[in-house]
Design a protein around this ligand. Structure first.
Ligand SMILES: C[S@@+](CC[C@H](N)C(=O)[O-])C[C@H]1O[C@@H](n2cnc3c(N)ncnc32)[C@H](O)[C@@H]1O
Length: 414
Protein backbone atom coordinates (compact mmCIF):
# COMPACT_ATOMS: atom_id res chain seq x y z
CA UNK A 1 0.00 0.00 0.00
CA UNK A 2 1.45 3.45 -0.86
CA UNK A 3 2.43 5.15 2.44
CA UNK A 4 0.04 8.02 1.72
CA UNK A 5 -2.97 5.60 1.83
CA UNK A 6 -2.23 4.30 5.36
CA UNK A 7 -4.80 4.92 8.14
CA UNK A 8 -3.91 7.76 10.52
CA UNK A 9 -3.25 6.55 14.08
CA UNK A 10 -2.70 8.51 17.26
CA UNK A 11 0.62 8.15 19.03
CA UNK A 12 1.01 8.77 22.79
CA UNK A 13 2.86 7.20 25.75
CA UNK A 14 1.64 3.87 27.24
CA UNK A 15 -0.38 2.77 24.20
CA UNK A 16 -0.95 -0.91 24.99
CA UNK A 17 -0.77 -3.79 22.50
CA UNK A 18 -4.17 -5.11 21.43
CA UNK A 19 -3.17 -8.65 22.49
CA UNK A 20 -2.46 -7.42 26.04
CA UNK A 21 -5.83 -5.67 26.23
CA UNK A 22 -7.92 -8.70 25.34
CA UNK A 23 -5.93 -10.98 27.65
CA UNK A 24 -8.43 -12.38 30.13
CA UNK A 25 -8.39 -10.92 33.67
CA UNK A 26 -10.79 -13.29 35.46
CA UNK A 27 -12.99 -11.80 38.20
CA UNK A 28 -15.65 -13.39 40.39
CA UNK A 29 -19.11 -11.83 40.16
CA UNK A 30 -21.94 -11.99 42.71
CA UNK A 31 -25.65 -11.52 42.26
CA UNK A 32 -27.38 -9.60 45.01
CA UNK A 33 -30.66 -11.06 46.11
CA UNK A 34 -32.07 -8.76 48.78
CA UNK A 35 -29.57 -9.19 51.63
CA UNK A 36 -27.70 -12.20 50.28
CA UNK A 37 -24.93 -12.29 47.70
CA UNK A 38 -24.48 -15.42 45.59
CA UNK A 39 -21.49 -16.43 43.42
CA UNK A 40 -22.38 -16.75 39.74
CA UNK A 41 -20.49 -18.47 36.92
CA UNK A 42 -21.76 -16.13 34.18
CA UNK A 43 -23.41 -12.71 34.06
CA UNK A 44 -27.20 -13.02 33.79
CA UNK A 45 -29.01 -11.01 31.12
CA UNK A 46 -31.11 -8.00 32.11
CA UNK A 47 -28.71 -6.90 34.84
CA UNK A 48 -26.86 -3.88 36.09
CA UNK A 49 -23.22 -4.67 36.98
CA UNK A 50 -21.34 -2.52 39.47
CA UNK A 51 -17.70 -2.57 38.34
CA UNK A 52 -15.06 -1.00 36.15
CA UNK A 53 -16.37 -1.89 32.69
CA UNK A 54 -12.88 -3.08 31.61
CA UNK A 55 -13.29 -6.23 33.74
CA UNK A 56 -16.90 -6.83 32.71
CA UNK A 57 -16.16 -6.43 28.98
CA UNK A 58 -13.31 -8.92 29.39
CA UNK A 59 -15.75 -11.29 31.11
CA UNK A 60 -18.20 -10.92 28.18
CA UNK A 61 -15.41 -11.94 25.79
CA UNK A 62 -14.62 -14.95 27.99
CA UNK A 63 -18.31 -15.96 27.99
CA UNK A 64 -18.60 -15.55 24.19
CA UNK A 65 -21.45 -13.00 24.55
CA UNK A 66 -22.59 -11.39 21.29
CA UNK A 67 -23.76 -7.80 21.64
CA UNK A 68 -26.08 -6.40 18.96
CA UNK A 69 -25.95 -2.78 20.05
CA UNK A 70 -23.68 -0.67 22.24
CA UNK A 71 -24.77 2.81 23.29
CA UNK A 72 -22.26 4.56 25.53
CA UNK A 73 -22.07 7.99 27.02
CA UNK A 74 -18.68 7.99 28.75
CA UNK A 75 -17.13 10.91 30.63
CA UNK A 76 -16.39 13.59 28.01
CA UNK A 77 -12.92 14.61 29.23
CA UNK A 78 -14.30 17.81 30.81
CA UNK A 79 -11.93 17.99 33.81
CA UNK A 80 -14.93 18.24 36.24
CA UNK A 81 -16.42 16.14 39.05
CA UNK A 82 -20.17 15.34 38.76
CA UNK A 83 -22.77 15.29 41.54
CA UNK A 84 -26.39 14.11 41.55
CA UNK A 85 -29.34 16.43 42.28
CA UNK A 86 -29.09 15.25 45.91
CA UNK A 87 -25.47 16.56 45.88
CA UNK A 88 -24.08 13.03 46.15
CA UNK A 89 -20.74 12.53 44.36
CA UNK A 90 -21.41 10.58 41.14
CA UNK A 91 -18.14 10.34 39.16
CA UNK A 92 -14.87 12.06 38.27
CA UNK A 93 -13.96 13.17 34.76
CA UNK A 94 -10.41 14.43 35.22
CA UNK A 95 -8.01 12.29 33.14
CA UNK A 96 -5.40 14.01 30.96
CA UNK A 97 -5.85 13.68 27.16
CA UNK A 98 -3.45 10.74 26.58
CA UNK A 99 -4.76 8.80 29.60
CA UNK A 100 -8.36 9.47 28.52
CA UNK A 101 -7.83 8.31 24.94
CA UNK A 102 -6.03 5.13 26.02
CA UNK A 103 -8.81 4.47 28.59
CA UNK A 104 -11.40 4.70 25.80
CA UNK A 105 -9.33 2.82 23.19
CA UNK A 106 -8.86 -0.20 25.49
CA UNK A 107 -12.59 -0.42 26.14
CA UNK A 108 -13.54 0.13 22.48
CA UNK A 109 -11.23 -2.76 21.50
CA UNK A 110 -13.02 -4.99 24.03
CA UNK A 111 -16.43 -3.85 22.77
CA UNK A 112 -15.56 -4.60 19.15
CA UNK A 113 -14.42 -8.05 20.21
CA UNK A 114 -17.87 -8.80 21.70
CA UNK A 115 -19.98 -7.30 18.88
CA UNK A 116 -22.19 -9.43 16.62
CA UNK A 117 -21.16 -9.12 12.96
CA UNK A 118 -24.32 -7.10 12.22
CA UNK A 119 -23.93 -5.00 15.38
CA UNK A 120 -23.57 -1.23 15.83
CA UNK A 121 -22.01 1.13 18.33
CA UNK A 122 -22.99 4.71 19.25
CA UNK A 123 -20.52 6.78 21.32
CA UNK A 124 -21.99 9.97 22.80
CA UNK A 125 -19.31 12.60 23.41
CA UNK A 126 -18.68 16.33 23.90
CA UNK A 127 -16.54 18.62 21.75
CA UNK A 128 -13.54 18.16 24.09
CA UNK A 129 -12.28 14.76 22.83
CA UNK A 130 -14.42 14.35 19.70
CA UNK A 131 -11.54 14.78 17.21
CA UNK A 132 -9.26 12.32 19.03
CA UNK A 133 -12.05 9.74 19.46
CA UNK A 134 -12.97 9.81 15.76
CA UNK A 135 -9.36 8.88 14.92
CA UNK A 136 -9.34 6.14 17.58
CA UNK A 137 -12.66 4.71 16.37
CA UNK A 138 -11.41 4.67 12.78
CA UNK A 139 -8.38 2.76 14.06
CA UNK A 140 -10.45 0.23 16.08
CA UNK A 141 -13.49 -0.24 13.80
CA UNK A 142 -12.02 0.77 10.40
CA UNK A 143 -12.92 4.05 8.69
CA UNK A 144 -15.10 2.04 6.23
CA UNK A 145 -17.43 1.27 9.12
CA UNK A 146 -17.96 4.89 10.11
CA UNK A 147 -21.66 5.65 9.51
CA UNK A 148 -22.43 9.11 10.99
CA UNK A 149 -21.22 11.93 13.15
CA UNK A 150 -24.52 13.07 14.69
CA UNK A 151 -24.88 16.53 16.22
CA UNK A 152 -27.37 16.53 19.08
CA UNK A 153 -28.77 19.76 20.48
CA UNK A 154 -28.48 19.19 24.23
CA UNK A 155 -30.02 22.40 25.60
CA UNK A 156 -31.55 25.74 24.70
CA UNK A 157 -29.30 28.73 24.24
CA UNK A 158 -28.28 29.96 27.70
CA UNK A 159 -27.19 33.29 29.00
CA UNK A 160 -23.68 32.73 27.74
CA UNK A 161 -21.02 35.15 28.98
CA UNK A 162 -17.67 33.71 27.71
CA UNK A 163 -15.87 35.38 24.80
CA UNK A 164 -16.82 32.57 22.40
CA UNK A 165 -19.94 31.09 20.77
CA UNK A 166 -22.53 29.42 23.04
CA UNK A 167 -22.06 25.67 23.35
CA UNK A 168 -25.42 23.94 22.87
CA UNK A 169 -24.57 20.63 21.14
CA UNK A 170 -22.89 17.34 21.82
CA UNK A 171 -22.08 14.56 19.34
CA UNK A 172 -22.61 10.88 18.65
CA UNK A 173 -20.16 8.76 16.66
CA UNK A 174 -22.04 5.91 14.99
CA UNK A 175 -20.07 2.91 13.62
CA UNK A 176 -21.09 -0.58 12.56
CA UNK A 177 -18.90 -3.66 12.93
CA UNK A 178 -19.24 -4.58 9.24
CA UNK A 179 -21.02 -3.14 6.21
CA UNK A 180 -23.95 -5.47 6.82
CA UNK A 181 -25.63 -4.09 9.95
CA UNK A 182 -29.18 -3.86 11.35
CA UNK A 183 -31.08 -0.75 10.31
CA UNK A 184 -34.77 -0.16 11.01
CA UNK A 185 -35.09 3.19 9.28
CA UNK A 186 -36.32 5.71 11.84
CA UNK A 187 -38.62 8.54 10.83
CA UNK A 188 -40.12 11.57 12.50
CA UNK A 189 -43.57 13.15 12.21
CA UNK A 190 -43.22 16.19 9.94
CA UNK A 191 -44.15 19.68 11.12
CA UNK A 192 -47.59 20.99 10.03
CA UNK A 193 -46.08 23.81 7.93
CA UNK A 194 -43.91 21.25 6.04
CA UNK A 195 -47.06 19.19 5.30
CA UNK A 196 -48.85 22.32 4.06
CA UNK A 197 -45.95 23.33 1.81
CA UNK A 198 -45.28 19.81 0.49
CA UNK A 199 -48.93 18.70 -0.02
CA UNK A 200 -50.69 21.97 -0.93
CA UNK A 201 -53.71 20.60 -2.89
CA UNK A 202 -57.02 19.00 -1.83
CA UNK A 203 -59.16 16.60 -3.87
CA UNK A 204 -62.99 16.78 -3.89
CA UNK A 205 -63.26 14.59 -0.76
CA UNK A 206 -60.77 16.70 1.21
CA UNK A 207 -57.64 14.56 0.88
CA UNK A 208 -54.32 16.47 0.75
CA UNK A 209 -52.06 15.71 -2.20
CA UNK A 210 -49.09 16.90 -4.23
CA UNK A 211 -48.31 16.48 -7.94
CA UNK A 212 -45.23 14.63 -9.14
CA UNK A 213 -44.01 13.86 -12.69
CA UNK A 214 -45.04 10.55 -14.30
CA UNK A 215 -41.61 10.25 -15.93
CA UNK A 216 -38.14 9.56 -14.53
CA UNK A 217 -34.59 10.20 -15.78
CA UNK A 218 -32.97 7.78 -18.27
CA UNK A 219 -34.10 6.31 -21.60
CA UNK A 220 -35.61 2.78 -21.89
CA UNK A 221 -36.19 0.48 -24.87
CA UNK A 222 -39.16 -1.39 -23.36
CA UNK A 223 -42.81 -0.36 -22.82
CA UNK A 224 -41.89 2.61 -20.58
CA UNK A 225 -39.81 4.16 -23.38
CA UNK A 226 -42.70 4.04 -25.91
CA UNK A 227 -45.71 6.23 -26.66
CA UNK A 228 -48.58 6.57 -24.18
CA UNK A 229 -51.76 8.26 -25.46
CA UNK A 230 -49.79 9.46 -28.49
CA UNK A 231 -47.09 11.10 -26.33
CA UNK A 232 -43.44 10.08 -26.02
CA UNK A 233 -41.74 10.62 -22.64
CA UNK A 234 -39.68 13.90 -22.59
CA UNK A 235 -36.16 13.59 -24.13
CA UNK A 236 -33.73 11.56 -21.93
CA UNK A 237 -36.63 10.23 -19.77
CA UNK A 238 -38.99 7.25 -19.55
CA UNK A 239 -42.52 6.74 -18.14
CA UNK A 240 -42.44 5.68 -14.46
CA UNK A 241 -45.06 2.97 -15.20
CA UNK A 242 -46.02 0.83 -18.19
CA UNK A 243 -48.94 2.33 -20.20
CA UNK A 244 -51.50 -0.17 -18.74
CA UNK A 245 -50.64 0.98 -15.22
CA UNK A 246 -50.85 4.67 -16.26
CA UNK A 247 -54.32 3.96 -17.69
CA UNK A 248 -55.36 2.36 -14.43
CA UNK A 249 -54.08 5.35 -12.41
CA UNK A 250 -56.03 7.68 -14.70
CA UNK A 251 -59.24 5.62 -14.32
CA UNK A 252 -58.85 5.90 -10.52
CA UNK A 253 -58.54 9.71 -10.79
CA UNK A 254 -54.89 9.65 -9.69
CA UNK A 255 -53.57 11.49 -12.78
CA UNK A 256 -53.92 15.25 -13.00
CA UNK A 257 -53.98 16.77 -16.54
CA UNK A 258 -52.70 20.34 -16.85
CA UNK A 259 -54.48 22.81 -19.15
CA UNK A 260 -51.94 22.15 -21.89
CA UNK A 261 -52.36 18.38 -21.55
CA UNK A 262 -49.36 17.36 -19.38
CA UNK A 263 -50.05 14.39 -17.07
CA UNK A 264 -48.85 14.41 -13.46
CA UNK A 265 -49.45 11.87 -10.70
CA UNK A 266 -51.27 12.70 -7.44
CA UNK A 267 -49.44 11.57 -4.27
CA UNK A 268 -51.67 11.70 -1.20
CA UNK A 269 -50.64 12.72 2.31
CA UNK A 270 -51.28 10.16 5.06
CA UNK A 271 -50.50 10.56 8.73
CA UNK A 272 -48.22 7.50 8.76
CA UNK A 273 -45.77 9.29 6.42
CA UNK A 274 -42.54 10.14 8.24
CA UNK A 275 -39.60 12.26 7.23
CA UNK A 276 -36.15 10.67 7.41
CA UNK A 277 -34.04 11.57 10.40
CA UNK A 278 -30.90 13.54 9.54
CA UNK A 279 -27.60 13.68 11.41
CA UNK A 280 -28.76 16.81 13.25
CA UNK A 281 -31.01 15.99 16.23
CA UNK A 282 -32.79 19.03 17.56
CA UNK A 283 -35.66 17.22 19.24
CA UNK A 284 -33.89 15.22 21.98
CA UNK A 285 -32.77 17.84 24.52
CA UNK A 286 -32.01 16.74 28.07
CA UNK A 287 -34.47 17.45 30.90
CA UNK A 288 -35.18 21.18 30.88
CA UNK A 289 -38.48 21.73 32.66
CA UNK A 290 -40.03 20.71 35.92
CA UNK A 291 -42.59 18.23 34.62
CA UNK A 292 -40.04 16.02 32.79
CA UNK A 293 -39.44 12.74 34.62
CA UNK A 294 -35.84 11.89 35.54
CA UNK A 295 -33.68 10.03 38.08
CA UNK A 296 -31.72 13.11 39.18
CA UNK A 297 -28.36 11.59 38.09
CA UNK A 298 -26.00 14.14 36.49
CA UNK A 299 -25.61 13.95 32.69
CA UNK A 300 -28.72 11.75 32.44
CA UNK A 301 -29.60 11.42 28.76
CA UNK A 302 -32.91 11.87 26.97
CA UNK A 303 -34.88 8.59 27.12
CA UNK A 304 -36.71 9.22 23.81
CA UNK A 305 -33.36 9.67 22.03
CA UNK A 306 -31.95 6.40 23.36
CA UNK A 307 -35.23 4.62 22.47
CA UNK A 308 -34.91 5.90 18.92
CA UNK A 309 -31.34 4.56 18.68
CA UNK A 310 -32.34 1.17 20.15
CA UNK A 311 -35.28 0.93 17.73
CA UNK A 312 -33.15 1.89 14.69
CA UNK A 313 -30.19 -0.40 15.35
CA UNK A 314 -31.59 -3.54 17.02
CA UNK A 315 -34.56 -5.89 16.90
CA UNK A 316 -36.76 -7.36 19.64
CA UNK A 317 -34.83 -9.96 21.66
CA UNK A 318 -31.41 -8.48 20.73
CA UNK A 319 -28.81 -7.71 23.38
CA UNK A 320 -28.20 -3.99 24.09
CA UNK A 321 -25.25 -3.06 26.32
CA UNK A 322 -24.34 0.28 27.91
CA UNK A 323 -20.91 0.04 29.62
CA UNK A 324 -21.12 3.61 31.08
CA UNK A 325 -24.77 3.32 32.00
CA UNK A 326 -25.10 6.06 34.68
CA UNK A 327 -28.76 6.22 35.66
CA UNK A 328 -29.77 3.35 33.34
CA UNK A 329 -31.39 5.32 30.50
CA UNK A 330 -30.33 2.66 27.98
CA UNK A 331 -31.60 -0.21 30.14
CA UNK A 332 -34.96 1.54 30.48
CA UNK A 333 -35.16 2.09 26.68
CA UNK A 334 -34.13 -1.50 25.94
CA UNK A 335 -36.62 -2.97 28.41
CA UNK A 336 -39.48 -0.86 26.99
CA UNK A 337 -38.60 -2.08 23.48
CA UNK A 338 -38.35 -5.76 24.50
CA UNK A 339 -34.59 -6.06 24.04
CA UNK A 340 -32.28 -7.93 26.44
CA UNK A 341 -29.91 -5.58 28.28
CA UNK A 342 -26.79 -5.19 30.38
CA UNK A 343 -25.65 -1.97 32.03
CA UNK A 344 -22.28 -1.42 33.69
CA UNK A 345 -21.12 1.44 35.88
CA UNK A 346 -18.36 1.85 38.48
CA UNK A 347 -20.20 4.43 40.58
CA UNK A 348 -22.34 3.61 43.65
CA UNK A 349 -24.48 6.60 42.88
CA UNK A 350 -25.14 5.30 39.34
CA UNK A 351 -25.93 1.84 40.72
CA UNK A 352 -28.49 3.32 43.11
CA UNK A 353 -30.05 5.48 40.39
CA UNK A 354 -30.33 2.58 37.93
CA UNK A 355 -31.70 0.00 40.37
CA UNK A 356 -34.19 2.54 41.70
CA UNK A 357 -35.32 3.55 38.21
CA UNK A 358 -35.75 -0.03 37.01
CA UNK A 359 -37.75 -0.95 40.12
CA UNK A 360 -39.75 2.21 40.81
CA UNK A 361 -39.68 4.31 37.60
CA UNK A 362 -38.79 7.99 37.22
CA UNK A 363 -39.79 11.08 39.20
CA UNK A 364 -40.78 14.53 38.02
CA UNK A 365 -37.80 16.89 37.87
CA UNK A 366 -39.70 19.32 40.12
CA UNK A 367 -39.97 16.62 42.81
CA UNK A 368 -36.15 16.48 43.02
CA UNK A 369 -35.91 20.20 43.63
CA UNK A 370 -38.57 20.04 46.38
CA UNK A 371 -37.06 16.91 47.88
CA UNK A 372 -33.63 18.49 48.13
CA UNK A 373 -35.11 21.51 49.91
CA UNK A 374 -37.11 19.32 52.34
CA UNK A 375 -34.87 16.27 52.33
CA UNK A 376 -35.54 15.23 55.96
CA UNK A 377 -39.30 14.98 55.32
CA UNK A 378 -39.13 13.22 51.97
CA UNK A 379 -41.44 10.17 52.08
CA UNK A 380 -40.22 6.78 50.82
CA UNK A 381 -41.49 5.74 47.40
CA UNK A 382 -44.85 3.94 47.68
CA UNK A 383 -44.22 0.20 47.73
CA UNK A 384 -47.08 -0.31 45.25
CA UNK A 385 -44.74 1.35 42.72
CA UNK A 386 -42.05 -1.24 43.23
CA UNK A 387 -41.79 -3.37 40.09
CA UNK A 388 -40.66 -6.99 40.03
CA UNK A 389 -37.08 -7.09 41.34
CA UNK A 390 -36.24 -9.54 38.60
CA UNK A 391 -36.83 -6.68 36.14
CA UNK A 392 -33.16 -5.81 36.63
CA UNK A 393 -30.63 -8.06 38.35
CA UNK A 394 -27.94 -6.41 40.48
CA UNK A 395 -24.50 -7.97 39.93
CA UNK A 396 -21.30 -6.84 41.68
CA UNK A 397 -17.62 -7.62 41.36
CA UNK A 398 -16.71 -9.67 44.48
CA UNK A 399 -13.66 -7.43 45.12
CA UNK A 400 -15.98 -4.43 45.43
CA UNK A 401 -18.34 -6.39 47.67
CA UNK A 402 -15.44 -7.33 49.98
CA UNK A 403 -14.35 -3.69 50.21
CA UNK A 404 -17.82 -2.03 50.49
CA UNK A 405 -20.38 -4.60 51.77
CA UNK A 406 -22.62 -2.07 53.52
CA UNK A 407 -22.80 0.37 50.58
CA UNK A 408 -23.71 -2.49 48.24
CA UNK A 409 -26.32 -3.82 50.65
CA UNK A 410 -27.86 -0.34 50.83
CA UNK A 411 -28.08 -0.14 47.04
CA UNK A 412 -29.66 -3.55 46.71
CA UNK A 413 -32.42 -2.43 49.07
CA UNK A 414 -33.48 0.79 47.29
C1 LIG B 1 -22.01 10.66 31.32
S1 LIG B 1 -22.32 9.47 32.54
C2 LIG B 1 -23.52 8.42 31.81
C3 LIG B 1 -24.93 8.95 31.95
C4 LIG B 1 -25.98 8.02 31.34
N1 LIG B 1 -25.93 8.01 29.91
C5 LIG B 1 -27.38 8.38 31.79
O1 LIG B 1 -28.27 8.59 30.94
O2 LIG B 1 -27.61 8.48 32.99
C6 LIG B 1 -20.85 8.53 32.48
C7 LIG B 1 -20.81 7.37 33.44
O3 LIG B 1 -19.63 6.59 33.20
C8 LIG B 1 -19.28 5.99 34.44
N2 LIG B 1 -17.89 5.50 34.34
C9 LIG B 1 -16.75 6.21 34.22
N3 LIG B 1 -15.68 5.37 34.13
C10 LIG B 1 -16.17 4.10 34.19
C11 LIG B 1 -15.58 2.81 34.15
N4 LIG B 1 -14.26 2.64 34.00
N5 LIG B 1 -16.39 1.73 34.25
C12 LIG B 1 -17.73 1.87 34.39
N6 LIG B 1 -18.35 3.08 34.44
C13 LIG B 1 -17.58 4.18 34.34
C14 LIG B 1 -19.48 7.11 35.46
O4 LIG B 1 -19.63 6.60 36.76
C15 LIG B 1 -20.76 7.75 34.91
O5 LIG B 1 -21.90 7.24 35.55
Amino acid sequence: MPPGDAEVVLSYPNKAERSDIIKSTPRQFLIMNGESAKNISSIPENSFILDDNFFVLNELIREGTKVNLYYLDPPYGTGFDFHSRDLEHAYKDSMGPAAYIEFMRRRLILMRETMADDGSIYVHIGHQMLGHLKVVMDEVFGSDNFRNLITRRKCSSKNFTSKQYANINDYILFYSKTKSYKWNKPGIDPEQDWIEREYPKFDNIGRRYKLVPVHAPGTRNGETGKQWRGMMPPPGKHWQYVPDKLEELDRQGDIHWSRNGNPRRKVYWSSDKKTALTDYWDQYRDAHHQSIKITGYPTEKNLAMVKMIVGASSDEGDLVVDPFCGSGTTLHAARDLKRRYLGIDASFSAAKATIRRMRHGLERMGDYVNKHEKKAESPPLPSANRQEEQACGFVVDSQLFDAYPQEIQDISEV
